[in-house]
Design a protein around this ligand. Structure first.
Ligand SMILES: NC(=O)c1ccc[n+]([C@@H]2O[C@H](COP(=O)([O-])OP(=O)(O)OC[C@H]3O[C@@H](n4cnc5c(N)ncnc54)[C@H](O)[C@@H]3O)[C@@H](O)[C@H]2O)c1
Length: 484
């Protein structure tokens, strides 16, 4: 089948590559010429495990092409996918003549300008039998708007289907090739049949193709992301409560996770969710609910809890150093919003870095994949180190934001040798408390006991918050723990 993918980002490139790999003839289009040039030379512009090999293999087989020329890609396509970005609107009018009063009303909405301009770009070249497939995450009602827009632009009825994407960055290839389900929102039998045929090879293991209306398909994507975000904000709030009462969120997590009605997934406490999907999709869904006259209390709270959680390490750091951060040196491990990606959109690490820089601290940062993206934004304001150990040299403290597996078993003795003071702010609960205690670190994590510092070289002891200091019941100092 001939397929054109409009937008060659994380989703467009993975979709195009996986569809080529299952035998289709795919052309990926992007307006970013530099990106297309890199792809044509076999260079992959994003980090996604397994993607590079798959792109190279399918490009070499002639099944996967890249272009900036929309007309060429679309002219003989049976399916035209829209996979452009739909970021959060800043409330601006983008030159479209919006009344100033509407600016704040639009805040949080999905910004669909890339969708509209993609449609305007390919409409004149659409073949008669093409089905347009909206893969981008778009608010319910967008399919109908695209349908009406294409009717006006082409003077005929164009079939428009919705096919939201549920892949996770870091596991995108596997998620696309072995989906839990494929959701399609269709108006016609033809669209249903062509998409069933296309996704057949990916649904061999009894996973369902769920056929519904475009509106339900569009909403399904938002509801999935909103529920996952809710779980994260919920466990983060419970973790903060644990700290106050001297509980351990890992024990609590296991205590609830074994209940089959609850389970373990997405109940890891941390520094809040980031990335290009959860934050914007929760806000867009809340905005949609508000537009429809509802008061989305839960969605607003999920967003608010997350915004606060992104400051959780900043508050612990500020408290530990008594507010004196100017001139302090911080090692930052982990910049990407999660492991196995180079994506730093809305990453909690950037919230922390901004906080530290604003207070005159210095940051030496390390991430296995995301350094280029951070360097493009921060330039010489940060020091970039290719080894996590090098980032620790002379550090007053280490802050961990991303649970990359290479951070899980560090040489603690070497760390202590490199650091000016052995203090760790762990936003991902990577380490066993007993082990950390044994190595003599001051250790702050999320929803667990905070391990006090022994007297430092100046003979001072820093303030600590622990269950003991709150008088809420002492715990054995080195109770053995197992963490999932
Ligand atoms: N990233 C994810 O994990 C993920 C997962 C599921 C769904 N989604 C959704 O998929 C959509 C795309 O997300 P992404 O992360 O791939 O975005 P992205 O920013 O990585 O990629 C979008 C690409 O579209 C290109 N583009 C914009 N306008 C264009 C046009 N008119 N013609 C051709 N190319 C154009 C941009 O240059 C960019 O390369 C969003 O709606 C997002 O919410 C993303």
């Amino acid at each position: 089948m001939q397929i054109a993918i409009i937008g060659t980002g994380y989703v467009g490139l993975v979709t195009g590559t996986c569809l080529a790999d299952s035998g289709n003839d795919v052309t990926c289009v992007d307006i970013d010429q530099a990106k297309i040039e890199r792809l044509e030379q076999g260079e992959i512009p994003i980090y996604e495990p397994g993607l590079s090999e798959l792109v190279l293999r399918n490009a070499a087989a002639g099944r996967l092409k890249f272009t900036t020329n929309t007309a060429d890609a679309v002219r003989s396509a049976r399916l035209v996918y829209i996979a452009v970005g739909t970021p959060t609107s800043d409330g601006g009018s983008h030159g479209k003549g919006v009344h100033p009063g509407e600016l704040s009303e639009n805040k949080g909405a999905a910004d669909l300008r890339y969708v509209w301009s993609a449609v305007e770009g390919f409409a004149p070249h659409l073949p008669e039998d093409a089905v347009v497939v909206i893969k981008s995450t778009v608010p319910p009602g967008t399919n109908t708007k695209v349908f009406e827009m294409l009717q006006k632009l082409t003077g005929r009825t164009v079939d428009v289907a919705s096919n939201p994407e549920f892949l996770k960055e870091g596991a995108a290839i596997n998620d696309f090739q072995y989906p839990d389900r494929v959701v399609i929102g269709v108006r016609t039998k033809d669209a249903e049949e062509v998409l069933s045929e296309l996704y057949g090879p990916f649904l061999r293991t009894d996973k369902p193709l769920l056929v519904m209306t475009p509106e339900s398909a569009e909403l399904t994507k938002y509801v999935a992301n909103a529920l996952l975000s809710t779980k994260i904000s919920f466990i983060n709030e419970m973790a903060n409560l644990c700290e106050r009462i001297g509980g351990d969120i890992n024990d609590v997590r296991r205590g609830i996770g074994h209940d089959r009605r609850i389970g373990f997934a997405f109940l890891f406490p941390g520094v809040g969710y980031g990335g290009s999907c959860f934050p914007k999709d929760v806000r867009a869904l809340a905005h949609l609910a508000r537009q429809l006259g509802m008061d989305p209390l839960l969605l607003d709270s999920v967003d608010e809890v997350n915004n606060r959680q992104k400051h959780v390490l900043s508050h612990k750091i500020e408290k530990h150093f008594g507010g004196h951060l100017a001139g302090k040196q911080f090692a930052i491990w982990g910049l990407a919003f999660k492991p196995k990606t180079d994506d730093v959109r809305e990453a909690p690490a950037l919230t922390l870095i901004n906080f530290l820089l604003e207070r005159g601290a210095k940051c030496a940062v390390h991430d296995p994949e995301a350094m280029d993206n951070v360097q493009a934004q921060y330039r010489e304001r940060l020091t970039y180190l290719h080894s996590p150990m090098d980032a620790l040299e002379g550090a007053d403290a280490l802050a961990i934001n991303t649970e990359w597996s290479e951070f899980r078993n560090p040489d603690f003795d070497e760390m202590k040798r490199r650091m000016r003071s052995p203090v760790i702010f762990d936003g991902r609960n990577l380490y066993d408390l007993a082990q950390i205690r044994e190595h003599g670190f001051t250790y702050y994590s999320i929803g667990r006991d905070q391990i006090p510092q022994q007297s430092n070289s100046a003979g001072r002891t820093h303030a600590i918050v622990s269950s003991q200091s709150l008088g809420l019941g002492a715990k054995p100092a080195s109770r053995p723990k197992t963490f999932h």
